[in-house]
Each structure stands twice: as C-alpha cells, then as structure tokens.
Design a protein around this ligand. Sequence first.
Ligand SMILES: [Zn+2]
Length: 152
Amino acid sequence: MQQLNRQELRQKLVSCSLKATHQRIVVYEALLGLHGHHPAAEEVYRLLKPANPSISLGTVYKILDVFAENGLVRRVFSEQGCKRYDANTMAHSHIYCSNTREIIDFEDPELEELLQGFFQRRNMQNFEMHSFAIQLTGNKKEPDQQVSITKL
Ligand SMILES: [Zn+2]
C-alpha cells in the first residue's frame, strides 16, 4: 500500500465524509503503516501514545469504529472474537493463525471469481450483498516461518 502524506490522508478522510481531525489523521496513518498486520485498537494506541500523549485508548476505539462505519477501514474478527482493523478495503480474504494470532492477507482472484459465481447461482432472497470474505483459521506448522501459497 502506498505511503500517503498528511494532505492525502486528510483528503481520504474527507472523501469518506469524515471530518479530518488531527487525531483521526494520526490513527489512519498508523493503520496504513501497520498494513498487512491487522492491528487491534490497543496496538494502534501503543504506537501513537509516545508522540500523541493526549490520545486515549477510548478515542482510538471510537475513531476506528467511525472509520469502519464509513468504509475507510474493515473490521476483521479473530478467533478470540477480538476486533482487528484492516486499512485494505479491497476484496480479499484472510488466514488466521491461532498459535501466532497473525492475520495474513489472502488475495486470490480465482477464489473471488469462484465465490462470485457461487452466489450468482444461489437465489438469495431479501439480502443485498455488499461484499464477502472467507477467513481460514488454523495453525502455522512452523510458527517462525511465513505461510506460503503456491498454485498447483
Ligand atoms: Zn487484510
């Protein structure tokens, strides 16, 4: 994900109908900086606190929820039910490792296409689908190694 400067961050917030306050800008910046990491509010707070001593954990929670409600970020749920946040709002799925608690992005156009086709063939009534995502849960066999996916 590209690095945005403060002005671009401000514009991004405004384009989601959000007032670009300083605290919202630094929270969004932190989230983009943690891209691929899917942080919990506490992690964002710990990262911001030294340079922003006036920010509280409650404020970070509130800002992240406002972001999620306005489509600027996505909520991702871990197996423990704890909320994590993702600045990548493009369609993608996740791999959740129970042992390391990592949430790894899983972007696979073939899977997206397959699911799209699947739902098109289902006559779903009284539900307008905006997006879908699958979350794989399991354990890394070697916690120190990266998960690798190769197409056979
Ligand atoms: Zn993600």
